[in-house]
Design a protein around this ligand. Structure first.
Ligand code: G3P
Ligand code: CA
Length: 342
């Protein structure tokens, strides 16, 4: 009888623990789910609705990419050319703003954030970048304006209160050298915005990321916010032991393209590289990008069917990254990243 009683009690305690969810210590250890441009697999990227959905789905951080307007405001876009993600091409009042520019070595024709005041930019409406791949997201085209960075920080604070857990922001400086070259440097603007938002500390729920090392080093002298050096597959030297040591001098972590951790040669997931262990040995956090569910973005062995828009076995990618010991993952589908984390 006593044994039965104990068993029932143990069961009740275990049930209560499960109902209460993971402990604070468990939560602190588990990898962060970083909503890449919001829940951008399901809503037009970089919109407030994409960020709200990401939080609903359990994301720990929301990611805004940043560019600068003509009048010096930080706004949330993946690139300064705004024709791909807004309705600017359909606005006759802005037809004359169309230009050809060379940005970081790439010739682009379109409309550029730095040629618009914030008030002008706010008249535009956001659109899905890949409507054929993500038609359900494109159904939300035209509903929302381009957010400012301030609005995203405000949303994170409001959602933190609503959800009862901290929602961090993970801003990325886009084209900072180019922006400085046209008189619109980003580093000080970002440092000022974070300070005003109470995010100028080592423990604040914020990471600042950049592909360019120079601007990230400059930012390190202006703010105490944690910094992540992004690394693409075209810069493998940055992930060597020597490259990582150099990063550790000015950053708190590294953000590699995920196949640098789980190589995808031969169209399948291969054993993990040494990148996570090497980075951790230097005290660097590791936050790979960007896990996407569609067949188009998965190695052949994980695809399901022929349709590039169909979802493949993306859980296998999350599981492999988590097993490799990463500290966080950028994803367009935060609910899938949360589910795979278990
Ligand atoms: O910031 C992580 C990842 O977003 C880097 O790539 O081009 O999507 O900004 P991108
Ligand atoms: Ca980014």
């Amino acid at each position: 009888m006593a044994a039965m009683h104990l068993t029932r009690r143990a069961f009740a305690l275990a049930s209560a623990a499960l109902a209460a969810g993971p402990s604070a210590a468990e939560q602190a250890k588990r990898p962060l789910v970083i909503a890449h441009r919001g829940a951008s697999g399901e809503r037009p990227e970089h919109t407030l609705m994409a960020y709200r959905l990401a939080v609903e789905e359990g994301a720990d951080f929301i990611e805004p990419d940043l560019v600068v307007t003509k009048d010096g405001h930080l706004v949330v876009r993946h690139e300064n050319e705004i024709g791909g993600t807004t309705d600017v091409a359909a606005r006759p009042e802005f037809a004359a703003r169309k230009q050809v520019k060379v940005i970081d070595g790439e010739t682009l024709e379109g409309w550029f954030a730095e040629d618009f005041t914030l008030a002008e930019l706010k008249t535009l409406r956001a659109r899905e970048r890949m409507p054929r791949l993500r038609p359900a997201s494109a159904a939300f085209d035209g509903r929302e304006a381009v957010p400012t960075f301030q609005e995203v920080m405000d949303l994170a604070k409001m959602e933190s209160r609503r959800a009862g857990r901290p929602i961090g922001v993970y801003p990325e400086m886009k084209h900072p050298t180019y922006m400085a070259s046209i008189g619109l440097p980003m580093e000080q603007r970002l440092a000022d915005a974070l300070k005003a938002g109470g995010l100028n500390s080592r423990t604040a729920p914020v990471f600042v990321q950049c592909f360019e090392a120079g601007p990230l080093k400059a930012f390190s002298k202006l703010s105490r916010a944690r910094r992540i050096q992004l690394v693409g597959q075209d810069r493998p030297q940055m992930t060597t032991a020597e490259g990582l040591r150099a990063i550790a001098a000015y950053a708190d972590g590294v953000g590699p393209d995920w196949p640098l951790i789980i190589p995808t040669r031969d169209g399948r997931l291969n054993p993990a590289s040494n990148l996570v262990a090497d980075a951790h040995a230097l005290g660097l956090a590791v936050h790979p990008w960007t896990v996407r569910a569609e067949n188009r973005y998965l190695p052949a062995a994980l695809r399901k069917g022929e349709d590039p828009a169909a979802h493949g076995d993306v859980a296998a990618v999350f599981r492999a990254l988590y097993a490799a010991g990463v500290d966080g993952v950028f994803t367009d589908f935060p609910k899938l990243g949360v589910a795979a984390r278990g």
